[in-house]
Design a protein around this ligand. Sequence first.
Ligand SMILES: [Ca+2]
Length: 486
Amino acid sequence: MRPRNRAFESFSKTVEASELRRPNTMNQLTTFAVCLFVTLSGWVQVGTSRASEKPNIVVFLTDDQGYGDLGCYGSDSLETPNIDRLCKQGMKFTDFYVHQRCSPTRMALMTGSHAHRVGCTKVIYNKDRIGIHANEVTMPELLKTAGYTTGIVGKWHLGEWDAFNPTRHGFDFFYGFMIDLDQGTGIYQNMKRVESIRRKTDGKHSPKLLDAAIGFIKENKERPFFLYYASPLPHTPWIPNERFKGTSRRGTYGDVIREIDWQVGELMTVLDEQGVAENTLFIFASDNGPVLGMNGGDAGPFRDGKWTDFEGGIRVPCIMRWPGMIEPDSTTSQITGIVDLLPTFCSIAGVDSPGDRVIDGRNILPYMKGEKVTKPIHETFIVPGSVIRHGRWKLLVRDLKPGGKSGREGKRPAASAGSLFNLQIDPGETRDVSADYPDVVLDLRHRMDAAVRELKANSRPIGRLPDVPAPAKKNNADSLPQTRLK
Ligand SMILES: [Ca+2]
């Protein structure tokens, strides 16, 4: 695909040049990139305009939205006109993987690494004295080195203590929720708790979050910015904003989905109005599969949902719009995932991914640009010790239970360790074909074993606060001592 205008052409070539460079040769790179551009295009003014040409990046991440919970992903009962429009203007990812729960996916997003590699294998609650480690090099920290202003609006969920506050991990601006409790949480602005609230998912907060995001965009439209809009919706409990109550054909859950769609539309509008939409990469994705069994989310063609490593739990919708760089109304079915966003953003911004640690993600810009890729960037996606997807095959190496607690599980029974599914013809993981393909089973087992060995050898710890005596029972999030990470 050819970029539409010269500004994008210059950026594209700069990115391509950046992929050729060696570490620690930034000055050489810059010289090389500019020379390459001048040579190829003859446009000599690029040296003065490069910084402003770096695209803005918006990541809109929803909370527990299923693969089938969007019109553009096949829902015939949920109306999502704004997200569908975003999809029409950009690329739909059909095989985009996350982790099965909130905190691990968010950790993977921030670090570019599988959550297991960085010690985050569970949801982090406010009683937990853990969170993102100070030594992690985060996505916003990297973007800041490239001149980006960074903001997060919504749910952080990577540690509930001051030491883990997003403004201590690369964000210039934070407005939203540190903790995930459905009751008795608060809204923070940077380090300060500015409002006590009962439920973070209450739709009455949506306009506040939106205002914060719109304010951030307006304030930073003249410079490259990164906005991470981590919507607390459609996580339970579902309490839609007044204006969306009763507006859908899918009950309260559908109303909340309409509310999400409205937020996406408002952000699209402000990007247009501020004149930055053309130079903004806008990504929409969900953090894990849907909660099932409550007249709520829909995993589309996939089995089960949240809390499982069936496809319904770990494969989510993902849309990317980037005018001039991503072909409108395009689709990729390559294996990709939330871990890929960090190295991809690094490539876009012209900075190196961290070289002193293992980063599981890869730069997927070639897919986004519609380039012919002869060898897949990822042939495999794994959840260590649980499932491995390789090409069309998926092997379970442990028993998988239905998702969640009583009343939340999917309708189908659990599957046994050793089950093999051909996702190409059986995306719903309904037929175990391990007996027909013993060689495939063996190959995937070996791949999983090797991946787990490598991961154990190159894992990194989660951040931990020093031990303190357990708080008295009457204490709550307001009165817990706030301690710095040592
Ligand atoms: Ca979630």
